[in-house]
Design a protein around this ligand. Sequence first.
Ligand code: PMP
Length: 370
Amino acid sequence: MSRLAARTSRIDSSGIRKVFDLAKQLKDPINLSIGQPDFDVPDAVKQAAHAAIDSGKNMYTPTQGIPELRAQLIAEEKEFTGLEWAEEEFIITSGVSGGLFLALMALIEEGDEVIIPDPYFVMYKHLVSLFGGTPVYLDTYDTNFGIDADRLASLITPKTKLLLLNSPGNPTGRIFSREELEKIAAVCRKHQLLVVSDEIYRRFAYVEMVSMAEVYEDTLVLAGHSKAFGMTGWRLGYACGPADVVQAMTKVQQYSFVCAPAVTQFAALACPQVELSPYIADYRAKRDLMAGILSQSFELGPPDGAFYLWAKAPEGMTGTEFVEKAIARNVLVIPGAVFSERDTHFRVCYTVPDDKLREGANILCELARS
Ligand code: PMP
């Protein structure tokens, strides 16, 4: 009998770990694999963190987060989506990962099915499996990485618990338009299906960004500070949605995370002082630069947002085979199989200096031609 719970054997980290192990062997690689911004936490936020520590804001906070930050974020949500969340519909979490963990733990029972558009953020399928659910993949490759409403409807069974959306998407960068979201909402409404909408990249939008919550009432939105403020290690996010779900998440948080990190919560009060537009403009320019070069040799997914490009491996090669060739030339990208049931693509992250981007993109193009 194994001493480990069976749930631990339902998940594995082999795909992504293999890439990072390879990365360790490379000396000064052109690293286009990192899923985080390359800017540091803005000064105003750092100073607020120092001040919080120095003034003794180091203790547990209320489970659902400090009142000042809750009020600030609820106001920001109203500005962003027009929606006014009530107190019982809102919780501050340890990153979006924390929000996903709480939500799925609160919602999924053994045997429940969760519809996940493929390609997907790798954590989704593993968390669903960890909690005893079954991921059901909704293929988006032939729909330009959008969601076909009829296909969605065809996957719904009496066991379907929820639909997990991600826009802007990791790894594709795809943003779902209002029209697409409305079609998805119509299907979900008909089947009374909850949507969990991961919008962590919503500030990095180069086309119109609409929250699923704007078009569908039974949506749990997950958003956070990791990507927008370069604070991935600080662990801050939040969830807003139906009160029963948020209250169940709050109970789970009470006996697990306890609260999001106190210092980070106080520091985040300074986030509105930060002008984000230069950061967004910088990443938009990097996207243009990369897409401009790579589109000459690769078929690219729609680069609407986030900081990724999703490129099809050259004809006759799997994503993994192409990535092996790239790594042999010291360029690190991630094989699509890490994010998908298919192995036809690779993900490029463009949060690196422009000279590295150019160098990396040119090598990838050379490989495609050879
Ligand atoms: N969702 C997506 C789609 C992500 O790409 C990431 C980070 N890579 C997360 C959630 C987790 O973010 P956080 O740092 O807020 O836990």
